[in-house]
Design a protein around this ligand. Structure first.
Ligand code: SAM
Length: 318
């Protein structure tokens, strides 16, 4: 594990991500009625290229996730690694797309904050209660376990602790499983993220992983991004693994995954339906197209599959 100061800075990134998401939602980029219950409104406007970047990120992850739900007909589980204040569980419930079980994992301090919000805000707690059946509802300061939703505290750098805790909450290794790591792996060393990815590939019979994070960090723009993070005391320990799309793919293939894809966010943006592009580009004026492009070339979505049940997971794409 890293130092306590470094971990604290990493935990701070969770708030940043959700504040940016809430801001983009408030402008109309996408709908998320739940994010407001987890973080405050941003103090100042976020730049249009940041908002567009978040749009592509949220849209890209959700598109792959929905393709997985479709392939498995929701007969699956989802494990969101380093979930922070993510609201996907609530949005899927509204769309009638809940998997058999949705797990969230984060540091205990973040989990405690999330549970506090859930407990004190009926729009968050009601959907969990509604989707719950049976008796074994558990809630304390650092974990919540219901039949469809669980949140638990674990350090992702320790796979055996992670597995033990997930199993206690009825994780089923025989069920097709989607793991999501949205802006999480980059905070671990390459060895730590590799061992997490390897654990996932070895634990489930049929699985897919979605990883969103920085890429192409070896160039000048990447160096500036790293310096910005360092100024906030946040070290991107995993940046070595984010050299290129090829190194992203390679990491997945070397750690037990059968198929692996990696595309930068400019590509994701170019796959957006024309109507969506038109709508979001109409929301805010952006004159620095070049900055947007540079930013988008420095983030990527990677996904990998392992298909022990012949569900056709390897066909999932944009
Ligand atoms: N995935 C969320 C999102 O995209 O909105 C949050 C992203 S935030 C940038 C990174 C999250 O990963 C934080 O909530 C942080 O606490 C969590 N995290 C990072 N390293 C972790 C570790 N070793 N164990 C558990 N959680 C970790």
């Amino acid at each position: 594990a890293g130092s306590e100061e470094a971990d604290e800075a990493v935990r701070g990134t969770c708030e940043d991500a959700s504040i940016c998401k809430r801001f983009a939602v408030s402008i109309g980029y996408w709908k998320d009625p739940y994010i407001q219950y987890f973080v405050r409104q941003a103090k100042e406007r976020k730049a249009p290229e940041i908002n567009r970047g978040y749009y592509a990120r949220v849209h890209g992850v959700s598109q792959l996730l929905k393709a997985f739900l479709k392939k498995t007909e929701c007969n699956c589980q989802i494990i969101n690694l380093g979930a922070g204040m993510d609201t996907m569980f609530w949005r899927l419930k509204d769309e009638n797309l809940l998997p058999k079980k949705y797990f969230e994992v984060d540091f205990s301090m973040i989990v405690a904050r999330k549970i506090y919000n859930i407990k004190s805000k009926p729009p968050l707690s009601k959907p969990i209660m509604e989707s719950h059946s049976g008796e074994s509802f558990l809630i304390d300061a650092h974990s919540l376990d219901s039949s469809r939703y669980s949140i638990l505290a674990a350090d992702l750098r320790d796979s055996s602790e992670l597995e033990e805790k997930l199993k206690k909450f009825n994780m089923d290794t025989q069920l097709p499983t989607l793991l999501i790591a949205e802006c999480v792996l980059v905070y671990m060393t390459p060895q730590q993220s590799a061992s997490l990815l390897k654990w996932a590939a070895n634990t489930f019979q049929a699985a897919m992983v979605i990883n969103y994070e920085q890429v192409n960090m070896a160039d000048r723009f990447g160096q500036i991004m790293i310096e910005n993070m360092q100024r906030r005391q946040c070290s991107l320990a995993g940046v070595e693994a984010c050299k290129s799309l090829e190194s992203q793919r390679e990491r997945l293939l070397l750690n037990g995954w059968e198929t692996a894809n990696a595309i930068d966010m400019m590509k994701v943006y170019s796959y957006l339906p024309q109507a969506d592009v038109k709508r979001i580009e109409g929301l805010e004026f952006l004159d620095e197209k070049e900055l947007l492009e540079q930013l988008m070339q420095h983030y990527c979505i990677c996904w990998a599959t392992k298909d022990g049940c012949n569900l056709g997971l390897s066909n999932i794409t944009f």
